[in-house]
Ligand binder design. Sequence first.
Ligand code: PNS
Length: 167
Amino acid sequence: MNRVVCPGSFDPITFGHLDIITRASALFDEVVIAVMVNKTKKTLFTVEERMEMAKDVTAAYPNVTVDSWSGLLVDYCKANSINTIIKGLRAVTDFDYELQMSQMNLQLQNVETLFMSTSPSHSFLSSSLVKEIASYGGDVSSYIPAPVLTRLKTRLASVNSDSSSEK
Ligand code: PNS
């Protein structure tokens, strides 16, 4: 079986991620979304929440599954007998770091990385920008699926009320 892992923070999952995941699901027998835990990176959503959102918005794709991992991506690949990583490339600015990681992952455990160009309609999209725009009350409904938007609004409202009660 031809399996591929699509790793990321998915904090939260956007239409840009979904673009890559759905196109990869047409090319591979199984796409595993690996929600990565990075202890040094502060996320808005817990890993469980990020997984729930990813499961929710990919439920229509029978060959897409969701998992999480804390540690090296190549160790996840080896533990799950997956030899290929798929990554979306939005612009040349993504390329330097992605190339470096792909070469390191090849060197570490002989895991291949395939780059898929993001659809031009999503080339400017990132979870960080979505969170920033939404935190200032901007409309991000074109960038994230509806259930994710609902959760994002709820989370930002609770973050804002926590920070205002601290003043
Ligand atoms: O969505 P992100 O935050 O851009 O995803 C980056 C991610 C999580 C895919 C990348 O940082 C990663 O693979 N982290 C796992 C730890 C690891 O394997 N580091 C060595 C990379 S060569």
